[in-house]
Design a binder for this molecule. Structure first.
Ligand code: FMN
Length: 367
């Protein structure tokens, strides 16, 4: 299952992304021991960043955080990295700097202290200091040039949803010599408003991550694959091996697990890796057989031809208390009397009833 990410060879596609699960030697060692092919450190900056308490908020399926960068000094990182037994795994140091000279200094430093690769963080959903970097693509290119000049180890550029789906910027990144990107970082979010106290739960904008951002991350992977020749480490909302398969089928070369480790513990790395292997083995597929296999089914909107379809029912035995389809039908095409009936002349073929039916009794047919 080994994969070449540019010049970095990893033994399988399940990596671990940057975050509190890769905060120091002990947590990085756990990621390695539980089977990650590569671990990206929490983002290292020139100064240690004091951490707010609390800094992680969980609400329904959503995860929010106000944890900006690593709380360890560069010198502490040197000591931490020395303690790690990398085994077969690769250590990728995530770095963030506010100027080209700062990122080039950080890159040289982490390369000297044992990084096998660098992930350049350009964007953080928390705080406002790096807005000027993402607003100016020439700054991104300047940073990349500075790092490539400073070190000879592989460099991955981490993209936000906005940058990853922008064909102009991603082409410039490719033209600057970068061959591998990771995407996406968290989105900017707010957890909730307490209506009794009339105040926000999280005291500042935070990173919004986890299952809920998978659709944006999937779209970014597909857009990157369609717009560029970049290799992609997909990250965003992966909590199950089928999510990994989805990213691979959209053309990802590898994936990074993140929030799922925070919510399910390090064991999830072994579980997802094992289940992915078994799925491939049973079907006698190699990674190459499935990589990008779903892309041909993703068409430009303009190429899709409207088809006259309407809803139909396979079996009228419904639970009277369900009524999910009748509630969602804005044009009263579905009604529940003695049984479920569909009035074809009122159905516009939107398809939502098909997806909402818990018993899969509805489908679309030609009018
Ligand atoms: C608590 C927390 C801290 C994070 N810290 C970093 C970081 O230091 N550097 C970075 O590039 N990404 C960081 N991330 C973003 C993740 O690496 C990842 O891009 C994002 O969480 C999306 O993946 P997910 O939906 O699977 O969590 C952090 C995410 C969380 C939840």
């Amino acid at each position: 299952m080994s994969i070449m990410l540019g010049e970095l060879e990893i033994s399988h596609p399940i990596m671990v992304g940057a975050g509190p699960w890769s905060r120091n030697a002990a947590s990085i060692q756990k990621c390695i021991d539980y089977g990650a092919s590569a671990v990206v450190t929490e983002t290292i900056t020139l100064d240690a960043h004091p951490t707010l308490c609390p800094h992680i908020y969980a609400q329904d399926q959503h995860i929010f955080n106000t944890k900006l960068f690593s709380d360890l000094h560069l010198e502490q990182w040197e000591r931490e990295i020395k303690r790690i037994d990398k085994k077969e795994s690769k250590l990728i140091c995530s770095i963030w700097g506010s100027s080209a000279s700062e990122v080039s200094y950080l890159a040289s430093k982490v390369s000297q202290i044992g990084a096998d690769g660098i992930e350049l963080s350009l964007f953080s959903p928390i705080g406002t200091r790096n807005r000027m970097i993402v607003d100016q693509s020439e700054k991104i290119i300047e940073f990349i040039a500075a790092i490539r000049h400073a070190v000879h180890i592989p460099v991955i550029v981490k993209l936000s949803y906005e940058i990853g789906t922008d064909p102009f910027v991603t082409k410039q990144i490719y033209d600057s010599g970068i061959r591998v990107v990771s995407a996406i970082d968290g989105l900017k979010g707010l957890s909730d408003v307490n209506v009794e106290t009339q105040s926000v739960k999280m005291p500042t904008y935070g990173g919004f991550t986890g299952d809920s951002i998978r659709p944006m991350a999937l779209a970014t992977t597909a857009a990157l694959k369609q717009n560029t020749s970049l290799q992609i480490c997909s990250v965003g909302g992966i909590s199950h091996y089928t999510h990994v398969l989805g990213y691979l089928m959209l053309g990802a070369d590898a994936v990074q697990l993140a929030s799922v480790i925070q919510t399910h513990g390090f064991e999830i790395i072994t579980k997802i890796k094992g289940e992915l292997s078994r799925w491939l083995e049973v079907r006698h597929y190699s990674l190459e057989d499935i990589r990008g296999s779903a892309l041909s089914s993703l068409l430009p909107f303009e190429d899709l031809k409207p088809q006259p379809l309407i809803a139909a029912i396979s079996d009228c035995e419904c639970l009277p208390e369900c009524q999910k389809c009748t509630a969602a039908c804005l044009y009263d095409a579905i009604s529940y009397g003695a049984s479920l009936t569909i009035e074809p002349s009122l159905c516009v073929g939107c398809g939502i009833c098909v997806d909402l039916c818990p018993c899969h009794k509805l489908f679309l047919v030609w009018q």
